[in-house]
Design a binder for this molecule. Structure first.
Ligand code: SAH
Ligand code: SF4
Ligand code: F3S
Length: 451
């Protein structure tokens, strides 16, 4: 069996990687490490002993980039301490800022250029930094088996597609990640099987818009694969292997996907369905291509087929021109849906996006913050409400490890993605436990054992 854990070898040159941004970036760092291990590098978790220091970066909001500029200053201190240390910025910020980063670092590589990293590293000289920010229409790193960077060997990410073809007006991703392309399904299956054979119990299929996954077989259209079919193929690997996916787009999530989820016990009953706003006027301006009614209909459909399905979301507060009424529409939608949890953000204008060209970023900072705080406060109450519904329910939990507060207790997620805490009987990460929910907080289900 192939080793999918990082190589630890003190005699090799060492690479240190920090990862920012989304799950796709986490998986990309695993691809990068795989490529660099082939080139003779080994991973180090200490920046102080690294020959190459990489930051895999995110551009989604301005504060994400500001944080990375701060890190670059830290990395540069290493350069002063030790001659020959290479500093590289890879990922979305590399793609967005391109040669503007070359003054600060030795290496700049965009998300589609990781195969060229060995070559770029070899070419770097003190006064000759290297850059590759070409985007590709084909690259999916399909046959590169990522070296797993997770700590507990339970849950792994698999990228099933790259890029994004939507043009949500606020979003920088289509510019940093390029056009959408789907990965060949057999390579996805092989990777999932390899993960399972290595003892993992959960895979999460990743894409910016998984519902538009589509593999077109050039020779035989009967072999075309859509997302529902891919989900089924992965679910069939083993009933012991849980399957998750992210992110679903409200305009594209199909009934076929919802029915496929219902058919397989090991497809987790959780959908991350970012709504962004509850106001149809804002949704139109955001170019999300659905409105409030459409979103609520999708939620209704999901719950009619899978009554206990976990639904989580993303919300943006203070998008261009957002009125008090638009904001209230977001609050009432959140109250109507009762999301299990949400990622909530203040709008951050991104240079080059449609919104930055067309609409002034006209909501004052104080108003954005006030609205965001109202959204966060409401979601806190909704999370508690959604958790209270779970009291008395029986859940199957995949153990992640000891609970942080009490070593006699374990923690892990139920299929609906809710975090459960319950008494340990010596199980370890990767075991399944049956529990019943006895009480809740907004973030956790407290459970007793029933197995
Ligand atoms: N592909 C996913 C989301 C990717 S980005 C989707 O379509 O839902 C993750 C989240 O970041 C988005 O859902 C959105 O809520 C937030 N986001 C994206 N651009 C943003 C911006 N300019 N300002 C604030 N939040 C933003
Ligand atoms: Fe960005 Fe929209 Fe694509 Fe999501 S679907 S990555 S929000 S453009
Ligand atoms: Fe992900 Fe951030 Fe890029 S959210 S796709 S790393 S801009």
């Amino acid at each position: 069996m192939r080793n999918i854990k990082p190589i630890i070898d003190p005699s090799r040159p060492k690479v240190y990687i920090e990862t920012y941004g989304c799950q796709m970036n986490v998986n990309d760092s695993e691809v990068i490490l795989s490529i660099l291990q082939e080139e003779g590098y080994a991973l180090t978790e200490s920046m102080d002993e690294a020959d190459v220091i990489l930051a895999n970066t995110c551009s989604i909001r301005d504060n994400a980039e500001q944080r990375i500029w701060g890190r670059i200053d830290q990395f540069k201190l290493q350069k002063r301490k030790r001659d020959g240390v290479i500093i590289g910025i890879v990922g979305c910020m590399a793609e967005r800022l391109k040669d503007k980063l070359l003054e600060a670092v030795d290496l700049v590589a965009g998300p589609d250029s990781y195969r060229s990293l060995p070559e770029l590293l070899r070419a770097i000289r003190p006064d000759n930094p290297q850059i590759n920010v070409l985007l590709s229409h084909e690259e999916t790193y399909a046959e590169i088996s990522p070296v797993r960077l997770d700590k507990n060997g339970v849950s792994a990410f698999i990228s099933i597609m790259r890029g994004c073809n939507n043009v949500c007006s606020y979003c920088v991703v289509p510019y940093t990640r390029g056009a959408e392309r789907s990965r060949e399904p057999q390579s996805i299956l092989r990777e999932a099987q390899e993960i399972y054979a290595n003892g993992y119990k959960e895979v999460t299929l990743l894409g910016q818009n998984v519902d538009s996954y589509f593999w077109k077989d050039k020779e035989n259209p009967a072999n075309n694969v859509n997302f529902a079919q891919l989900l089924e193929m992965v679910a069939k690997i083993s009933p012991e292997l849980r399957v998750r996916f992210s992110t679903s787009h409200p305009k594209d999530i199909s009934d076929e996907v919802i029915y496929t989820m219902a058919m397989y016990d090991n497809i987790c009953k959780h959908i991350h369905l970012p709504v962004q706003s509850g106001s149809s006027i804002m949704l139109e301006k955001m170019r999300r291509k659905y409105n409030r009614e459409w979103y609520l209909e999708r939620v209704k459909k999901i719950r009619s087929v899978i009554p206990d399905c976990g639904i989580t979301t993303d919300v943006i507060a203070g998008f261009c021109g957002e009125t008090e009424q638009d904001h209230k529409d977001t609050l009432t939608l959140m109250e109507e849906v009762v999301f299990d949890s949400a990622f909530m953000f203040a709008y951050s204008e991104r240079p080059g996006t449609l919104a930055s060209r067309k609409y002034p970023d006209d909501i004052p900072y104080e108003t954005k913050t006030k609205r965001l705080n109202e959204i966060i406060e409401l979601q806190g109450r909704m999370s508690l409400k959604s958790n209270e519904k779970e009291v008395g329910r029986r859940l199957k939990v995949l153990v992640e490890g000891p609970s942080k507060r009490n070593p006699d207790e374990l923690c892990g997620r139920a299929g609906n993605y809710k975090m459960c805490v319950f008494p340990s009987r010596g199980e370890k990460a990767g075991d399944y436990c049956e529990v019943e929910v006895t009480s809740v907080t907004p973030a956790t289900l407290l459970c007793k054992r029933i197995d």
